[in-house]
Design a protein around this ligand. Structure first.
Ligand SMILES: Cc1cc2nc3c(=O)[nH]c(=O)nc-3n(C[C@H](O)[C@H](O)[C@H](O)COP(=O)(O)O)c2cc1C
Length: 230
């Protein structure tokens, strides 16, 4: 199959989505479309390289929103029916809100709009599906309660990107999720992959449920369900 896989900037279900993308890329031609924030968030979780490794070649490109201009010409491939399937996983509340309101002003939302026009089936995995608490995973974080205020911060010294601001925080926009900081701090002051509980907002859940009303869009609760459609 020729597939377009769009990733938005959600940390939730990101690892699961990337793992499945890697698996499916062995037997399918996949173009990966990244929203601007997904470029950043993939790096924070140390998953960006994994995505670049499965891309390269015609219809296997890594298409970046940050490389595009305002008209998103690459999304025209969908209106021309060049793909068998579009997958959006994970889908942020932001992108879902735009899609259900017919807005297409980013690479990912343009892909969805053009897929609709080209009759390309679209599978979307929104991260906000049910009201209540959800456990989600954080990227690297400086735990100030454990910070020993060392004269020379080993984590900052080891970070290849200068992302650690000693005694303050991890600058996530510089972080590439390599884990060097966590491994070098003997006081365990850097956490990586910490599980936190967040509350789903009603407006986001409502928007996710509105997706099913759009012709050609199928909503899935988890990336694992994608396999049944490929
Ligand atoms: C570490 C991190 C994790 C995030 N996880 C989520 C998430 O799980 N769900 C979500 O809707 N937004 C999440 N965001 C916020 C989105 O990245 C942000 O709303 C962005 O503007 C979405 O843009 P996009 O929809 O074009 O990808 C996260 C941001 C950061 C920094």
């Amino acid at each position: 199959m020729r597939i377009g896989w769009a990733i938005t900037g959600a940390g939730h279900l990101l690892k699961e989505s990337v793992n499945l993308l890697v698996e499916l890329s062995k037997n399918h031609k996949i173009t990966v479309f990244l929203s601007q924030s997904s470029e950043e968030v993939l790096k924070m979780y140390g998953l960006y390289e994994k995505v670049t490794e499965v891309t390269g070649g015609y219809y296997k490109e890594l298409a970046l929103d940050s490389d595009q201009r305002f008209s998103y010409p690459i999304s025209g491939r969908f209106s021309l029916g060049k793909y068998d399937l579009l997958i959006v996983s994970p889908a942020t509340s932001n992108s879902v809100a735009k899609i259900v309101n017919g807005i297409s002003d980013t690479l990912v939302t343009n892909c969805v709009a053009q897929a609709g026009k080209g009759g390309v089936q679209t599978l979307i995995v929104p991260v906000d599906m049910e009201l209540g608490d959800v456990h989600t995973v954080l990227p690297s974080k400086l735990e100030l309660g454990s910070c020993a205020d060392c004269k020379e911060c080993e984590a900052a010294k080891k970070c290849p990107n200068g992302a650690i601001i000693p005694k303050t925080e991890v600058n996530l926009l510089k972080c590439i999720g390599c884990g060097e900081c966590k491994n070098s701090c003997q006081y365990g002051a850097i956490s990586e992959g910490k599980i936190v509980t967040i509350k789903m907002r009603e407006v986001d859940i409502e928007n996710s449920h509105k997706l099913v009303l759009i012709q050609g869009i199928y909503v899935l609760k988890h990336p694992d369900e994608i396999k049944n459609h490929v």
